[in-house]
Design a protein around this ligand. Sequence first.
Ligand code: NAD
Length: 490
Amino acid sequence: MKNSKQENRQDSKPLSTSKEWKLLYYQHGRPGLEEGKEFKGLCNYCDLKSLCGLPKPKIGVWRCEHYRAKVWKKSGLHENVLKLLEKAQEANNFDRDICKIMAETMNELVVHFPVKMDDDRVRMLTGYRVQHNNVLGPFKGGLRFHPMVDIDEIRALAILMTWKTAIVNIPFGGAKGGIHIDPGEFSPKELERITRRFTFALGNNIGPEYDIPAPDVNTNPQIMAWIHDTYMSTISPNERNRSMHVVTGKPIESGGSVGREKATGQGVVFCIEKWAQDHGFKLKGATYIVQGYGNVGSWVARLMKMNGSKLIAVEDVTGAIKNKEGIDPNDLAQYVKDHGGVVDYPKAQSIDHEVFFNTKADICIPAALENAIRRDTAELLNVKLVAEGANGPTDEGGDEVLQRKKIDVIPDILCNSGGVIVSYFEWLQNKRSEFWELDEVDNKLKKIIVSAYERVRDAAQKYKVDWRTAAQIVALYRLEMVYKERGIFP
Ligand code: NAD
């Protein structure tokens, strides 16, 4: 694995301490200023927002070095995930040997690969694929393109995948992968070459019956289509039609499933509906705030609107906005598509990070990155329910505060499992050359996620533990049974 010496156009620059930050303007593929070109000015979107003096660009995102340092800090998620495992082990006295297996990953692949940039320079990039466990079925998990990606983060996310597939009872194991890049720095053509070269570097370490990637942060159906095409181009012609299911989350025309794009958000909403039903809570007129307005966040927001609930605040990487009268989720989704983020959305007021978390609402949906709900942000929260769309959005301190404040939590490995459930449906459809209708996909998803919800709820009551520990217990129970039935080879 590479370290700080890794070749990167900006990594090696020292952080500026003056009030004038060096700004980088990323085009996001739209016409405008030259990509990667440096400017001097003040940052619009970091903590030093009040120092901003420059007119904001009409499109794209300004990011200063201070901001970059903020998003690049280590997530600590791996440590958190191992603590959760320990807590569940103690709560139900699981076999220590099985927990030893669960605490380690099976395979870890780190690849360094060259990619030609549009200006003909070659850049070395680093990618990861970590396969945690495949006792229940082929490794399964998303690919993330983000500057915070490192081996520890990918390990933690791979472990979470094993627990997620175990909770919802689908025949997959857990894996995760990613590339340590900020995709905003690259043109679409460069992103295509990066994706294809990474897929080539992974080689036979992925495969339709062995390890099946899917979209995650900053990856989408287009990127899955490039992975699919590259993988197909590297295997023998008579294998190709049998390998359609090497990746899920593909565009529908390229073998994707209807309902996959919204599936994670849809699963979150099915969980919220079940929680509301259990608590006699009316979703009509209820208010909600969403952090992250990408695939998961924007779909949760749009689907919650169909229940008559009201979106009142949103935060993403570009800033935060609020409107007590309600924000139209569809209109905001279009705005984000056109402008690259929620900042400056004209039908809401711009607010800061603390005001976002302090907004009084019924439900908070974290749907961005890990550790959003820490001790400090949890203290600010003024909601009844946290429904975790993101993976690992709450750290240990955040959990303690949520429990003290008696805020209900639907934990990530249950709440955001809709994505992997519908990925399983896509995988099955590809294997059987079938095409299911949306109703069928949604009904099957609802049945699976609601029964997983009930298993977690019942475990929380039975073992008198919080829902996160209960979810771990449900997952570990299944994994332990399988290990005990099969034994350890040889
Ligand atoms: P995405 O790239 O589509 O969207 C990510 C969103 O998070 C963007 O709106 C971005 O602006 C925002 N964001 C990033 N950094 C932020 C920060 N520091 N503060 C506030 N907002 C920030 O990604 P996605 O696919 O929607 O994934 C979001 C989360 O959901 C991740 O934790 C991912 O692992 C999890 N998840 C995704 C899926 C899926 O099917 N895509 C499935 C299960 C879980």
